[in-house]
Design a protein around this ligand. Structure first.
Ligand code: GTP
Length: 194
């Protein structure tokens, strides 16, 4: 029987206008749009990623709506997520301040096995930058998550972010599958005990 291919689920989260859709479009289609069209609810794209060891894995990346009015829809999609990319806009302080609220919501919805990465987008707009790299780094440290900066406009660092995240997601998934197996064996062993 043909085995079903495993797909890792990645979510893009963050305030409205931080550039989630552009980030995804740059990664999957290598395109960029100057206009902001708010995402309504959700949308996803599939992509094959080659790991350093040559292994190919499939990811499904969900672009969620940043606007509050869609929050109840997007919350459902936390279920089964393997990785989360939490984006803020380095030119918008509010989107950075809201990272704490996003992290609180994420912690409520997902297990701590989910790999999270914090990303500061729009670094091409250096003139309007409000949030320094050091501020981003220290926020990520506070939550013990990975940190990167990028530009969906120029494409800087987009592939690198996905490669690093997917590598970590696959590692963590293997670890949790292994500990799940051990637990199962232990339980089964317990039944036959004595
Ligand atoms: P919602 O769907 O409302 O949650 O917004 P979003 O986070 O998906 O934002 P979107 O990708 O639609 O981008 C919002 C605006 O930011 C658009 O006008 C984009 O052109 C602009 N933008 C996105 N990424 C970049 C970037 O890297 N640099 C610059 N300068 N502008 C960007």
């Amino acid at each position: 029987m043909e085995q079903k291919e495993f797909i890792y689920k990645i979510l893009l989260l963050g305030d409205s206008s931080v550039g989630k859709t552009c980030f995804l479009m740059r990664y999957t289609d290598n395109t960029f749009q100057d206009i902001h069209m708010s995402t309504i609810g959700l949308d996803y794209k599939l992509k094959n990623v080659q790991l350093e060891d040559g292994k190919m894995v499939k990811i499904q990346v969900w672009d969620t709506a940043g606007q509050d009015r869609f929050r109840s829809i997007t919350k459902n999609y936390y279920k089964g997520a393997h990785g989360i990319i939490l984006i803020y806009d380095v030119t918008e302080s509010k989107s950075f301040e809201n990272v704490k609220n996003w992290m609180n919501q994420i912690k409520e919805e997902v297990s701590n096995r989910v790999t999270i990465v914090l990303v500061g987008n729009k670094i091409d707009d250096e003139e309007n930058r409000k949030i320094t790299t050091e501020q981003g780094e220290s926020m990520a440290k506070e939550f013990d998550i990975m940190f990167f900066e990028c530009s969906a406009k120029t494409g800087e660092n987009i592939d690198g972010i996905f490669n690093n995240l997917v590598k970590k997601v696959v590692e963590n998934f293997a670890k949790s599958a292994e500990s799940g197996q051990k637990l199962k064996k232990k339980k089964a062993g317990g039944k036959h005990c004595c």
